[in-house]
Design a protein around this ligand. Structure first.
Ligand code: UDP
Ligand code: MN
Length: 556
């Protein structure tokens, strides 16, 4: 290697950002002793759930526990047994104790939106914020009740908050109707008066010294949004464990159906880091937990108020931050525990008469504003039914993008998110897509339920897409969503598509209507009367090898 210059393809905007960040590193210091915002002592008590250990409940509560998990997706009976200020393990890298952050940091409004959360779980969330945040940095805690109908979240919650001076920074506002988490967060931002707003789900526990490292990059550049590392809290035992290994440096990305994904840093990014625990840039974020300058967030239009209930807002915010001149940094020294619930509540009754799935509706609103035409096609290829969804008026969002002089998606892909393609390459066009119906018995190919990989089967055709929506692309990959049909033990199985792969061995001929697999040289065959799918020598007179590939539109 003789060249001293970087190859031109590396001179993208992220390179420039990393150079600036390098300069900035000189004013936050790693020191010998404890960092300036580190608590001097951390009390480690014994008791139920202390030290983040799993907690168990007496068997006499069995029935209540079943009810609790049914209502909240969380074992609130166990939560009630655990102290609000229980001790939890410090999951940070050891280095994190030794950072000096700027003396002057912005004051912060912590915003927590909730709908029908368990009272003690919600209370523990804001209790830990007061407990583990330097007083002068905590401006207020704003609770937005998204039209909960559980009794103890009304008077009992208010009595607890307003009857205890420990909670005198907590303010509660209630939506007059169910708005969903996106509009509830918008409401929270409009109520807040702190310089920075930080968001938490209503089932979190913040960890030691979580806030100063989130605020520091925002001080350097007010257009930076910062994201803590999420730890896991078990929904049943409340055991507190890190989600990521000690050395993991994940960043948020997406695949072309707009599922949120993560991947490690690139070699280039790793080389440009001096310390394990310093922040780094990320193309997207998961959504629930982050901090951002309030005025800047408002300038960005907060979230598109046309998004429904839940989902996709993390991408909207990520794309608009990057495309309109800001950046996203993930912060390894900021840790927040989050309960991953057992079940998700149904949104069926609150979707303003939208018949399509709300996440797909939201994704389409987001990509129609922020993607260029070329990239929109990738989304529609991966989710063909979304082409038919009417997502309403987008003119105010498009106007915002133009008023803020935002860059296009090509710029974002080339400069900020190019390594998404190593995991999720552009999907080749679909040759065929729709339901796959056997000519013999009229049933439809169905991926069924259960763990992956698993056998696929046939079911009554339901014409709703989902488990019966298949795509065969021009490179021979046969898939359902982000899963692919592969041959395992000579039987067709469904499994996650291999990362980085968009090709396969399938061929379908609209004339002879057979599914031919090139590696095995065999055809997809329905076995009767078992209704199992098997793999047999191709024979175009075999009616159990004849399949129709029919397009669908469930939303008409
Ligand atoms: N939430 C809300 N209204 C809704 C749905 C959710 O206020 O219609 C709140 C919920 O109580 C939680 C936050 O929004 O505090 C994020 O929702 P959730 O935890 O279900 O999202 P997940 O963590 O599963 O992505
Ligand atoms: Mn959550």
């Amino acid at each position: 290697m003789t060249s001293t210059r970087q190859s031109p393809e590396f001179r993208n905007d992220i390179t420039v950002l990393y150079e600036q960040w390098q300069e900035y590193r000189s004013d936050i210091k790693l020191v010998e002793g404890l960092g300036n915002y580190e608590p001097v002592t951390i009390v480690e008590k014994d008791g139920v759930g202390e030290k983040g250990k799993p907690a168990y409940y007496p068997t006499k509560y069995e029935e209540q526990v079943i009810n609790a998990i049914d209502t909240y997706g969380i074992n609130s009976v166990v939560s009630d047994l655990i102290a609000l200020n229980r001790s939890i393990p410090d999951t940070r890298n050891d280095e994190c104790q030794h950072w000096h952050y700027p003396q002057r940091l912005p004051n912060t409004s912590v915003i927590i939106v909730f709908h029908n959360e368990a009272l003690s779980v919600l209370m523990r969330t804001f209790h830990t914020v007061i407990f583990r945040t330097p007083e002068h940095l905590l401006h207020e805690i704003i609770l937005i009740d998204d039209f909960s109908d559980i009794e103890n979240l009304k008077d009992e919650l208010e009595n607890k908050i307003y009857g205890d001076t420990y909670y005198n920074k907590v303010k509660i506002f209630r939506n007059k109707k169910r708005e969903g988490l996106i509009r509830s967060k918008i409401n929270g931002v409009l109520k807040a008066t702190g310089e920075v707003v930080a968001f938490l789900d209503a089932h979190c526990e913040v960890n030691v010294n979580w806030l100063p490292p989130l605020l520091t990059p925002i001080v350097k550049d007010h257009r930076t949004m910062t994201v803590p590392f999420v730890d896991g809290i078990d929904f049943n035992t409340f055991e507190y464990t890190p989600v990521y290994g000690k050395d993991a440096l994940p960043k948020g990305i997406f695949e072309w159906g707009m599922f949120y994904k993560e991947k490690g840093l690139t070699k280039y990014e790793l080389q440009n880091r001096k310390h394990y625990s310093e922040p780094y840039y990320s193309p997207t974020h998961a959504g629930g937990l982050f901090a951002i300058n309030r005025q800047y967030f408002i300038k960005l239009g907060i979230y598109d108020p046309g998004l429904l209930i839940w989902g996709g807002e993390n991408f909207e915010l990520s794309f608009k931050i990057w495309q309109c001149g800001g950046s996203i940094q993930w912060v390894p020294c900021s840790r927040v525990g989050h309960i991953y619930r057992a079940a998700r509540y149904s949104f069926a009754d609150i979707t303003d008469n939208i018949v399509a799935p709300i996440d797909q509706y939201n994704y389409k609103r987001v990509i129609e504003v922020w993607f260029d035409d070329k990239y929109k096609e990738f989304f529609y290829t991966r989710e063909p039914l979304t082409r038919f969804i009417d997502v309403g008026d987008l003119s105010s969002q498009i106007e915002l993008k133009s008023n803020l002089n935002c860059k296009n998606f090509d710029w974002y892909m080339e400069n900020i998110a190019s390594d998404v393609l190593t995991q999720y390459p552009y999907p080749p066009k679909n040759l065929y897509w729709g339901e796959i119906k056997t000519a013999s018995t009229g049933l439809c190919l169905d991926i069924l339920n259960g763990d992956l990989p698993r056998k696929i089967g046939v079911r009554e055709c339901h014409k709703m897409g989902g488990s019966q929506l298949f795509r065969l692309n021009t490179k021979g990959q046969l898939s359902n969503g982000e899963r692919c049909i592969e041959i395992i033990n000579n039987t067709p199985h469904i499994d996650f598509c291999q990362i980085g792969k968009v090709n396969g061995a399938w061929r379908y001929d609209f004339e002879d209507k057979q599914f031919y697999e090139q590696r095995t040289d065999k055809c997809l065959t329905l076995e009767v009367p078992s209704d199992n799918l098997i793999f047999e020598e191709c024979d175009d007179r075999n009616p159990f090898q004849i399949w129709e590939f029919n397009q669908l539109n469930p939303w008409v």
